[in-house]
Design a protein around this ligand. Structure first.
Ligand code: UDP
Ligand code: MG
Length: 132
């Protein structure tokens, strides 16, 4: 089923000059770029976006990191986009990410892990609406 998902190239990857390589991976995997914008976001915006994690011990560090520099916000479309992007991204912790995934290739750490992707249709709808 043709589906849309939401993705972010996170500040670690943008700062390291990896945006082009990551965009190419997404493109080659067959996603259509419905919308894309480069922005610097505030800590408050990051807190709203990651509200589901507000009680987690990593929340403050995560929202500091996400507001630390420019990132790319994207709406992506393809058949099975949500699950397929998660597969392309790899596991949250790059130490556990499968060979060939974006996080395996480009992530620095559990926090600075290069890319975000929605995990379900409801979160994709919320996340797309939050930024676009
Ligand atoms: N994160 C972190 N420490 C953790 C777990 C997650 O810093 O112990 C960060 C990491 O950047 C991750 C984000 O919080 O991508 C959101 O966590 P989630 O469990 O939703 O992982 P994701 O869906 O991004 O794979
Ligand atoms: Mg998540």
């Amino acid at each position: 089923m043709l589906e849309r998902t939401f993705s972010i190239i996170k500040p670690d990857a943008v700062a390291a000059g990896l945006s082009g390589a990551i965009l190419a991976e997404i493109d080659q995997a067959g996603f259509r770029f419905v919308a894309i914008k480069k922005e610097s976001i505030t800590k408050r915006e990051a807190e709203g976006f990651y509200a589901i994690h507000s009680s987690k011990p990593f929340f403050s560090g995560l929202t500091d990191f996400m507001s630390s520099g420019p990132l790319y916000l994207m709406v992506l479309e393809k058949d099975n986009a949500i699950a397929d992007l998660r597969k392309l991204m790899g596991a949250t912790n790059p130490a556990n990410a499968e060979e060939g995934t974006i996080r395996k290739k480009f992530a620095r750490s559990l926090q600075e892990n290069a890319i975000h992707g929605s995990d379900a249709p409801e979160t994709a709808a919320f996340e797309i609406g939050y930024w676009f």
